[in-house]
Design a binder for this molecule. Structure first.
Ligand SMILES: Cc1ncc(COP(=O)(O)O)c(C=O)c1O
Length: 370
């Protein structure tokens, strides 16, 4: 992480300090109240739980420091994504999304947005930088993409989209604001699933939208208030706690991912390994320019679906789950969801285990320690 990022993170850790009065708790209180004393509306800090709650506001303050932008909290990553898209696809009716990104965004676009008259165009992540973005399109990208870990050039796409009168949204879930800063690179909005590394303990769903455009932020906030897609106070409280250790967890996870990726790449049983931190990876050059760490996700192939399932079942330090970014190393054969990957493709999310026992377990499960 760059020095500026470290400074932002330190500031985030102390964000409550300046407002604390003597004797008040350092951790934010978990306030789940839906109603607030309201003899009159004028001057009330809180009115009703669907409009704002003190515990979400504590998390929005943290995320706002990390993103260096106003943030709007949502009950899941998909709630954040759908809010961002619904807020901008009113006057704009053309949407470009990655054909190889998180599949639920594609399903949401095809099943819901298309029914509202939006023209949805799918483009592979590697081709979005040269795609036709004319017509004031909303361009939605994910870099590195989940699960293929393909990267695209955010600054270049932002500039092309802006010139064409469009709007760029970046799903930054796989990186978090500590490792990649799409708003600094020219994106109009960031969306993210804080369910992943920011929460970090596989026990909450959460999401947020960040934008420095005051009008866009107001539209997203209005969408949340009117649609009722509001986060719960307990989830916000847990995310606040999770965010406090995000930097140290990411440091371990990224360092271990680099070691594991290098060793997996050298293993004779493994093919088509993708990790942007390897000099041989097709995304390495873009990743090195726009990311301040290579992340904790690795993709690779085993010879068949059966071989992949057997590996996952045999490794005691890989939990078989369909998420990523948690403290436990997790693995999944993504073809089981219909992702456009081979039957033997595995997405690994490296956790915070000490790296040597983790590697030993992986090597042993591969059956041919490399
Ligand atoms: C890249 C990406 N974006 C968004 C989401 C959606 O997040 P949530 O499950 O919190 O709705 C996911 C979930 O896996 C994801 O991988």
């Amino acid at each position: 992480m760059q020095d500026q990022g470290k400074a932002r993170f330190a500031k985030m850790l102390h964000h409550r300090a300046e407002k604390l009065k003597k004797g008040e708790p350092v951790a934010p209180p978990l306030i789940s109240a839906t109603t607030y004393h309201l003899p009159e509306v004028e001057g009330a800090s809180h009115v009703y739980g669907r409009m704002a709650m003190p515990t979400w506001e504590a998390v929005e303050a943290q995320l706002g420091i990390l993103e260096d932008a106003p943030c709007v909290a949502f009950p899941s990553g998909m709630a954040a994504i759908s809010a961002a898209l619904m807020a901008v696809l009113t006057d704009r009716k053309r949407l470009i999304i990655p054909s190889d990104g998180y599949y639920v965004t594609r399903v949401f676009s095809a099943e819901i947005l298309a029914a509202y008259g939006v023209e949805v165009i799918e483009v592979p992540t590697a081709e979005i930088a040269t795609a036709d973005v004319s017509g004031g399109a909303v361009v939605f990208i994910e870099t590195p993409s989940n699960p293929g870990l393909e990267c695209c050039d955010i600054a270049l796409i932002a500039q092309r989209v802006r010139t064409a009168g469009g709007l760029l949204i970046v799903d930054n879930t796989t990186m978090t604001p500590l490792l990649q800063r799409p708003l600094d690179l020219g994106a109009d909005m960031v969306v993210a699933a804080d369910t992943k590394a920011p929460g970090g303990h596989s026990d909450i769903l959460f999401g947020h939208v960040a934008t420095r455009d005051v009008e866009l932020a107001a539209r997203v906030r209005n969408w949340r208030k009117l649609s009722g897609a509001v986060p719960g106070a307990f989830e916000a409280w847990l995310l606040h706690r999770g965010l406090e250790t995000l930097e140290v967890r990411l440091e371990r996870m990224c360092a271990s991912a680099q070691v594991i990726a290098e060793r997996l790449a050298a293993h004779p049983g493994v093919t088509n390994l993708r990790f942007p931190g390897l000099a041989s990876d097709p995304s390495h050059e873009i990743a090195s320019r726009q990311m301040s760490g290579y992340g904790f996700l690795i993709g690779f192939e085993l010879p068949s679906g059966a071989a992949a399932e057997a590996f996952l079942a045999a490794c005691p330090f890989i939990t078989q789950t369909t998420s990523f970014g948690g403290t436990h190393t997790a693995g999944e054969r993504r073809a089981r969801w219909g992702d456009p990957v081979s039957e033997g493709f595995i997405r690994l999310s490296i956790g915070v285990e000490p790296v040597e026992p983790l590697w030993n377990a992986i090597a042993e499960a591969l059956g041919n320690p490399g």
